[in-house]
Write a protein that binds this ligand. Sequence first.
Ligand SMILES: C[S@@+](CC[C@H](N)C(=O)[O-])C[C@H]1O[C@@H](n2cnc3c(N)ncnc32)[C@H](O)[C@@H]1O
Length: 212
Amino acid sequence: MQPEFWHARWAANRIGFHEGRVNTLLEQHAEHLPTRPDSTIFVPLCGRAVDMLWLRERGARIIGSELSETAVREFFELANLHPTITQHGPLTAFEAEGILIYAGDVFELSADQLGPVDATYDRAALVALPEDMRRRYAKHLVTLTNAAPQLLICFEYPEGAITPPPHSVPLDWVTMAYQDTYTIRELTRGAITGNLKNEVSGQEYVCLLTPR
Ligand SMILES: C[S@@+](CC[C@H](N)C(=O)[O-])C[C@H]1O[C@@H](n2cnc3c(N)ncnc32)[C@H](O)[C@@H]1O
């Protein structure tokens, strides 16, 4: 998937994936994410999800990664936060009040730049990527976060039912990609909700990935 695809989506405001409210499954399973004040949660491919504000309110420091600078600027504007902006090679860092977002390609982000993280919250990130890139992303995420635990929210639907993204990523795929690093536990599964339910019927599931 080319970066232009996502830049065009943000430019045209075609962001059906953006919920504008805290994700219900996150609310239900947040106990699996560390939110003590000294903890850091990484949110890859974060868009402008308000989930980041909600997690920060619960105490955690947030680091996001998002390709679209438009999305990042909108996130801070809508939150009425005034970020400090610094350049780090190809990435632009926006930081305010416990939330740091690197605008640019997540594959340009290094473990050194990211620093230690206690957990990853992946909602609609793994499923945003086509197979080849998704494999690369899964490996990169493990290296980036030093195999930090993950709370992962995925969609699964009959292959070919819609034009992705989101891609259908069954639990078997998650197991294939992550089983060497993590123990994978499905926490819940139910019918797809949100905007996507108007396009396709399938399932949405949440997994907890715990380092082996
Ligand atoms: C389906 S959206 C999900 C956004 C967010 N997680 C949410 O729940 O609203 C996927 C996001 O990934 C971003 N993205 C795609 N490729 C990326 C990359 N290589 N590096 C960083 N972000 C990327 C897109 O711009 C888009 O905002």
